[in-house]
Design a protein around this ligand. Structure first.
Ligand code: NAG
Ligand code: NAG
Ligand code: NAG
Ligand code: NAG
Ligand code: NAG
Ligand code: NAG
Ligand code: NAG
Ligand code: NAG
Length: 483
């Protein structure tokens, strides 16, 4: 009898559950994290906004743009996945706006919103050099070596603009000829940019000097300089890996080469009597992580960096590495930067017009990007300080946007979140984490920090490397700063 009553209660319980009294309000399965604004090009790749709801909740999903319900057919948008995914198949400028997804059922609702900003592809413009490879100087080039240098020009993105572009090279302001000693080359790179590269076969003494890449179209011109420096007086010949593909992957190769050279250079300065005929298993002196963050910025932004960024980070307990406090006077700027990047857990890059203009900034950026991608984690924190154009290399990365007043109220907490807890005690004897860096030059295994990544001779093809980097950058994006 008791058993029967119990079963009855159980049955009632189950049926009340079934009739939906216990229905719970929709919840996001994954917290939505839409890509950042300022990010899309008209007619660029599709944009996908996800609002994934936990399975098993009966819900209706409604999307609005600027507060009005979306009519997918009329607005050329696509709803998929039980309306949990909104796709801009061919992004158009007119689709820009404030988008919201709302999932609701009888028990309640959940929503998420964000601004999607699609910019029209620009018309033909005056060519601008947006990247040089290497950034300023090729050093340690010996007579007989073959080198390649290059500049990437942006002319606004249309095919017509590319056709209109004339590219040339000068050495010490004298026009070079495209012959079998100085060979001109042109490649179209991502986003319709044009890479102008120069191969110098069998360097002779007369080839040292400053080279200028020059681009011109009906709208104007731009140029940039790269110096091929006379090698220093040291006798020991360093092997050179200077025949470098100059596609995007080449930038990485160059950074690796620069890293290797700086370390070799430093070590050989310390131990003058050592020679380098047999640089097997060359180990860099151990590096201790001494700072939570290194701040890379342009001097033009010094006021804000000093009074706001540096001040706040210090007050929050972070050990901050910054040039005016920590750079060793008399040491080369590049060495100081390299040192700083390697001695810090994270590198904050303050992107501004001035920063992106300065070559020094580009070098720092490359170092940090390189290190970040090597370790597959969120080592680089990007701050967009003004309405500068984010370099193509960093497209798709998320950043903290100081220039966006809507972001400012959350800016500092997000920054601290991105850096993590202060890990470095002020007492340097008490450094909690010490990480090791090893560079094995001879078989080109670059083993920086915990040996996570290896580049062997066989897979240093630019494309391979670049693919790997893109993978890592993607991973990096997923775990890092959100909007
Ligand atoms: C979900 O909806 C279906 C049909 O609309 C209904 O049969 C089912 O009981 C509902 N589920 C819940 C948990 O409310
Ligand atoms: C998806 O949205 C369309 C148009 O807004 C609507 O007609 C349809 O019922 C929705 N489907 C679901 C499963 O919510
Ligand atoms: C929606 O809002 C955005 C800015 O928030 C604005 O640029 C856009 O013109 C608006 N779109 C419409 C159709 O009102
Ligand atoms: C969502 O829930 C809130 C209360 O939690 C309510 O005020 C609001 O009207 C609901 N919105 C929709 C679209 O159902
Ligand atoms: C987005 O949501 C936030 C918080 O819910 C709200 O303050 C803000 O006004 C919303 N923005 C838009 C464009 O609807
Ligand atoms: C390269 O230049 C040398 C002389 O400067 C000439 O003899 C030779 O034929 C050239 N080679 C080619 C492939 O043009
Ligand atoms: C390049 O453009 C500047 C103006 O921006 C002009 O003064 C200069 O003459 C141009 N150089 C050449 C070589 O046409
Ligand atoms: C230019 O493109 C060709 C073919 O796409 C490629 O083989 C070559 O390596 C590229 N050169 C540079 C310098 O990127």
């Amino acid at each position: 009898m008791e058993l029967l009553r119990f079963s009855l209660i159980l049955f009632q319980l189950v049926s009340t559950f079934k009739t939906g009294i216990c229905l719970s309000a929709p919840k996001f399965k994954v917290a939505p994290n839409w890509p950042d604004r300022d990010y899309y090009d008209e007619d660029g790749p599709p944009i996908q906004l996800n609002c994934l709801i936990i399975d098993g909740v009966n819900f209706t999903m409604v999307w609005t743009k600027n507060g009005s319900k979306i009519d997918p057919g009329k607005e050329q948008l696509l709803l998929q996945n039980k309306n949990q995914t909104l796709i801009f198949v061919e992004p158009k400028q007119v689709q820009s706006g404030d988008y919201t997804c709302i999932a609701f059922n009888k028990a309640g609702n959940v929503s998420y919103n964000g601004t999607i900003f699609i910019t029209a592809r620009s018309q033909e413009t005056r060519p601008r050099v947006i990247d040089t490879d290497p950034s300023t100087t090729v050093s340690r080039v010996q007579v007989g070596d073959t080198i390649m240098i290059g500049c990437t020009f942006d002319v606004g993105g249309s095919m017509e603009a590319l056709m209109d572009l004339t590219l040339n090279w000068f050495k010490d302001d004298i026009a070079l000829k495209d012959n079998n000693h100085t060979v001109f080359g042109i490649n179209t790179t991502g986003e319709n940019n044009q890479l102008s590269f120069l191969t110098i076969n069998g360097i002779q003494t007369s080839d040292y000097g400053t080279y200028t890449c020059y681009g011109e179209n009906s709208k104007g011109n731009d140029s940039s300089k790269i110096t091929v420096a006379v090698p220093g007086p040291r006798k020991n010949n360093l092997p050179l890996y200077l025949i470098i593909g100059l596609s995007s992957g080449g930038a990485l190769t160059i950074v690796i080469v620069v890293v290797i050279m700086l370390y070799r250079c430093r070590k050989s300065n310390k131990y003058e009597e050592l020679t380098w005929e047999e640089p097997n298993n060359y180990d860099v002196p151990d590096h201790k992580i001494e700072y939570d963050v290194f701040i890379s910025y342009s001097n033009e932004n010094l006021d804000w960096v000093k009074d706001a960024l540096f001040e706040n980070l210090c007050n929050h307990g972070y050990e901050v590495c910054i040039d005016f406090k920590d750079f060793t006077p008399g040491m080369a700027v590049t060495e100081n930067i390299l040192d700083a990047v390697y001695k810090s857990h994270k590198t904050i890059v303050l992107m501004s017009h001035d920063f992106l203009k300065s070559m020094w900034g580009q070098f720092e950026l490359q170092q940090a990007l390189n290190r970040a991608t090597m370790k597959r984690s969120d080592l680089m924190i990007l701050i967009k300080f003004d309405d500068c154009k984010v370099p193509a290399k960093l497209m798709g990365k998320t950043f903290l946007d100081w220039s966006d007043v809507k972001v400012r109220p959350h800016f500092w907490s997000r920054l601290y979140e991105a850096i993590g807890e202060p890990a470095i005690s002020n007492n340097h004897n008490d450094v909690k984490e010490a990480e090791m860096h090893k560079i094995n030059v001879n078989d080109k295994v670059i083993d920086i920090e915990n040996g996570i990544n290896e580049f062997n001779e066989n897979d240093t093809h630019d494309n391979e490397v670049w693919k790997t980097i893109n993978e890592m950058v993607k991973t990096f994006n997923e775990v890092t700063i959100d909007r």
